[in-house]
Design a protein around this ligand. Sequence first.
Ligand code: SF4
Length: 686
Amino acid sequence: MYDHVFRAGSIGTMRLPHRIVMGAMHLNLETGDDDGAALAAFYAERAAAGAALIVTGGVAVNPVGAGGPGYGVIGDSRDRAALSAAVRAVHERGGRIALQLFHAGRYARPGAREGAGHPVAPSPVHSAFARCTPRVMSPGDITTTIDDFAEGARAARALGFDAVEVMGSEGYLINQFTAPLTNLRDDAWGGDAERRRRFPLEVLRGVRAAVGRDFPVLFRISGNDLVAGGTPPDEVTALTVALAGAGADALSVGVGWHESPVPTVQSEVPAGTWAACAKALKRTLLAAGHTDVAVIAANRFPHLAQADEALSGGEVDFVAMARPFLADPQLVAKSAAGRPDRVNACIACNEACIDRSFGTERVSCLVNPRAGHERQFPPPQPARQRSGPFGRYAVIGAGIAGLEAARTLAGLGHRVEVYEAAAHAGGQFRLASQVPGKAEFAGTIHHHVRELRDAGVPLHLGRRIGGADVPELRSFDGVVLATGVLPAGLSLSGAELPHVRNYAQAFADPEGLGGRIVIIGGGGIAIDLAHTLTTDPDAEVTPEEFLARHAVAGSTPHSGREPAVRDAPREVTLLRRGRRIGAGIGPSTRWVVMRNLRAAGVRMLTGVTYREITPTGVLLTDAEGRERSLDADHVVLAVGQVPVDELAPLLREAGVPVVTAGGAAGTDGLNAVRATAEGLRAAHRI
Ligand code: SF4
């Protein structure tokens, strides 16, 4: 199985046992006050499970290059100590680790790190991402920065790293020099193609000189900036060849910038979409005679199966997977053991990883809330290594919080029984799996249920636990109450009319809804429903169709245009009292879903006051104070949720230890990330 993945390969002098690289992820563990213990534990667990080469999250080569306050800086002695701990931990588990040398340029936050000052870049091109206009780098700044990259590489080797990766893509500083959009200079560092690629080449030469010929150097190159004014395709080609000539052992191929109008890592991007960029670079290298430079494909490889397919033709040499290692540290080990079906797959939600990496909150994972907390919650031990005392626990509710609690309890060696009122496990998470582009969410439920089955945990479906069951529950050592939520109602005239549905009813029978729908509510569930109702559920999008839809041809830079409005099967209107639709959706995803709604012609009205639901639609006052009447065949309420928690006081009264998790613990700020994190914690607290 996965014969192409499980072949040894080389990056320069470094021999690796298989073709999967754990790609760089910023974790917000890099600058903690724990001497690198959490960072080391995170990497150690993945190295122990067979991640052959781990690339660290970006470590800034100087303070002004730090992407945020949680970014390590290689010149900082505390950050170096943390990195050193990580190196030791990985080596003790037989793994290899490369340091990513990073400079954010105009993507840096002003004053992110002590001594950082104002962000710098080749030219003063405003960054909507960092919300500032950078200071122009003087020629002296540029040569100093090249020296900083070289010094960073030297420090990495001294710290025991096995390789370095130079971050030259995703719109960070080096990429800003190569793109005409952000390099407006007309001096030795810009003005034409050759001068635009001088900075990356000088950085690579400096790094190579610092570490010597025998030390593996990877360069992360942008295969397609996906922004109007990005690096032209012929310049990408020329840079590829020049980097190989300047001593790169491997080119890891990234795509897209933070400002790109094309989604690159969101769930709607078909798996393997960006492999074509890496393959094009490999062809370029081979045509130029650089047969010994490895090419690493990256982005949207959720499963090893897709990595194996990309590797199968020999058109790329390695595949970098990042988020899948958050979701399941055992990704490689399980697959090597012939059990890829037991992998807890990344669902590309970005909610606990990429969205948090933009701020300071510790990165984790929706489907694996242990990620980033490996010291606090050690991994489950094989049964023979566990030591008691073991208890017997009931988990009530098999939504995502209950499933997480149950599998954690089982992993700790306890006896567990799970009770679920519905005929299926998954709760609200099942609704999400119906949304086009989110089919992978069903895989998480499937995985967790299978894990319970493997552990011999009885899952009693269709078994509603009520007050009459409390005496029986006293036989357990404790109860995790994860009974979830119900859709909230709306106190509005007409809300009881027969054409009014709540969101759960709408998801349960979308075919039963007419052609004109008004959704009252503008949160994540309302948006998911609008997307579902305006998208053909059977329309599976291939990578080619996705690229065509987003006007991406080969390595041609993107035009920056939005996709055209398409025919949608229904006319949908979203209404919100507040000013912002989808306010709670993470920054990496909200712009994509909003664009999808616009492309489907979904009308969005904010700042409205609801007057009445009538037999033919909704009466409201709009943000300008005008009375309006919207026609609708059906009106759907997506106005929040209420917790199902009535068992909690009964259990406490009966003296049964109980911990609530997910919706049952309250609906403020409720989302699946919070629910699974609470499921994990409840299992450890009970
Ligand atoms: Fe994947 Fe979501 Fe976990 Fe991030 S939080 S690793 S996107 S499942």
